[in-house]
Design a protein around this ligand. Structure first.
Ligand SMILES: N[C@@H](CCC(=O)N[C@@H](CS)C(=O)NCC(=O)O)C(=O)O
Length: 214
């Protein structure tokens, strides 16, 4: 049995929960972070000195933090290829796109764009900063667009761990009130992800509790 600490509204928890659901793993999730607190307690900090979510424990195993490491742990222990290829260059190619998506798309979206739009009161929003952040993000979305216009998924034809690291921010990207350039392959890819029950259950969830109002 997996135990996961983290609130449903955390994008990193969403990536983890989506993966857990895709793999069909028995689990329990404990709310932690943001309005739920918990992450500043000594017990939690002993598991993750960063005080961030998610944290995962598999049975009596040690607590694990860093979403990318947790996803690879679960994939290595519980998934069958092609979700995370067994070895060699095939695995490295999935890791390459997973890390690329997390470092370039997720990290250039969540704080620079999502926080500035949803987690900032309307009167304090900075349209120029949002536009600049969208330009930076757009350079990476163009790479995803080119990739997805040739392949069904980010790392190739199969659904893999790389799609978790890209797809978990695409619901918010397509849902928030921003001007988006037309990227038809990315939009079609997101529409295909939105047909997956695990994506709907864990990624397409309300973020209203995060919204900051005037
Ligand atoms: N690099 C870490 C980042 C973890 C992180 O920043 N988590 C955010 C939520 S997405 C968090 O804990 N925020 C504080 C909170 O929820 O209280 C990972 O990938 O797991």
């Amino acid at each position: 049995m997996l135990t996961i600490w983290g609130r449903r509204t955390s994008s990193n928890v969403q990536a983890l929960m989506w993966c857990v659901a895709e793999l069909g793993l028995p689990h329990r999730r404990i709310d932690a972070g943001h309005i739920h607190g918990v992450t500043d307690t000594p017990d939690f900090l002993a598991m993750n000195p960063n005080g961030t979510v998610p944290v995962l424990r598999d049975g009596d195993g040690p607590p694990l933090f860093e979403t990318g490491a947790i996803l690879r742990y679960l994939a290595g222990r519980y998934a069958r290829p092609p979700f995370w290829p067994a070895e060699g260059v095939g695995r490295a190619q999935v890791d390459q796109w997973a890390d690329w998506a997390k470092l370039n798309v997720a990290m250039n979206f969540t704080a620079p764009v999502f926080w500035r739009v949803v987690r900032t009161a309307p009167s304090r929003r900075d349209p120029a900063a949002i536009a600049a952040a969208m330009t930076t993000l757009g350079r990476f979305l163009d790479i995803a667009e080119a990739r997805l216009s040739r392949h069904a998924h980010l790392a190739g034809e199969d659904f893999t761990l790389a799609d978790i690291q890209l797809g978990h921010v695409l619901h918010r990207y397509h849902d928030i009130a921003i001007e988006r350039l037309a990227r038809p392959a990315l939009a079609a890819y997101h529409a295909r992800l939105a047909e997956r029950p695990a994506y709907r259950a864990h990624v397409m969830v309300s973020y209203e509790e995060l919204r900051v109002l005037d």
